[in-house]
Design a protein around this ligand. Structure first.
Ligand SMILES: [Zn+2]
Length: 286
């Protein structure tokens, strides 16, 4: 929205603007984060698999329900673009917009990554975040946003007139195609808005435009998730590196990311069950 208005403000403009701001959803009704359960489950984890995501590339990984996965910074500050699908049904995938509406523009420990309609269930729960100290900075920025979409070659062509083939959108498409045995054209339609792992972003105070700044992530930092359902994940090590200056080019210094899969103690899995898809899709129909 441009700041230069064409229409004069009405006489009661100030009064209209004074309407109270109400949080859109009754988020206090979201099933609470069961911290004792997840904290207990985190004790005694066994790493069972690991994947290195090379710079400017993406890799897939699978996480059985009831297991944990960590995205780890290993060599230098690097942002990751994360997609998640139901491992058995690619039509159920991460719903960035509803996750934003139910939690916030940026997510951390205790927040859930929700799946698309008609499922609307937690796909994953964030159980640890070594960057939770960052909070909100003086620019209004925070870490791990669900407001950006992913860098893509179409926007690059639109804005710069140039072609770049290692945008996160392209990387995620190629990785999913390889994993599923799909053509890249078929795989592309399954790629969706991401969780921007480790990315530091916000909206400018004056014009409310999306901004990025250097990620505070350092080697050893990680964000950890509990897989609520069987997951297929794809992670792109963004060509923007720490996203301090540019993306969609080879200009930025980039580093690999590591994805670790961890299995909890057996007794946890014997008592725990994945969340159901939304009951609405079964009881009412459309
Ligand atoms: Zn990117």
């Amino acid at each position: 929205m441009t700041s230069s208005s064409l229409n004069p403000a009405p006489a009661d403009a100030a009064e209209r603007r004074k309407a109270p701001a109400i949080v859109c959803y009754s988020v206090d009704k979201v099933p609470p984060y069961d911290r004792p359960f997840y904290e207990a489950a985190r004790q005694g984890l066994t790493e069972i698999a690991a994947t290195i995501v090379p710079p400017r590339e993406a890799r897939t990984f699978e996480v059985p329900a009831g297991h944990f996965f960590r995205i780890v910074s290993i060599e230098g500050p690097q942002v990751g673009d994360l997609n998640l699908w139901n491992a058995h049904d690619l039509s159920e995938r991460f719903f960035s917009g509803k996750t934003r509406a139910l939690h916030a523009t940026h997510v951390s420990t205790g927040d859930r990554l929700w799946s698309t309609l008609p499922n609307l269930r937690p796909m994953a729960t964030i159980t640890h975040d070594t960057l939770d100290w960052y909070g909100w900075d003086a620019d209004g920025g925070g870490v791990h946003d669900v407001i950006g979409t992913r860098c893509d070659p179409y926007t690059q062509r639109l804005l710069a007139g140039t072609d770049y083939h290692h945008c996160c959108h392209s990387n995620l498409t190629r990785a999913l195609a390889a994993h599923q045995g799909l053509s890249r054209v078929s795989a592309e339609s399954h790629v969706h808005d991401v969780l921007n792992v480790f990315m530091c972003t916000g909206f400018t105070r004056d014009t409310h435009q999306y901004f990025m700044k250097a990620s505070p992530v350092r080697p050893g930092d990680f964000i950890e998730f509990f897989a609520e359902i069987d997951l297929l994940g794809a992670l792109s090590a963004c060509p923007g590196g720490d996203c301090s200056a540019s993306h969609s080019s080879d200009a930025a210094k980039c580093y690999p990311l590591k994805v670790e899969i961890h299995r909890p103690r057996a007794e946890l899995l014997s008592q725990w069950r994945p969340p159901e898809r939304s009951a609405y899709s079964r009881s009412h129909g459309l």
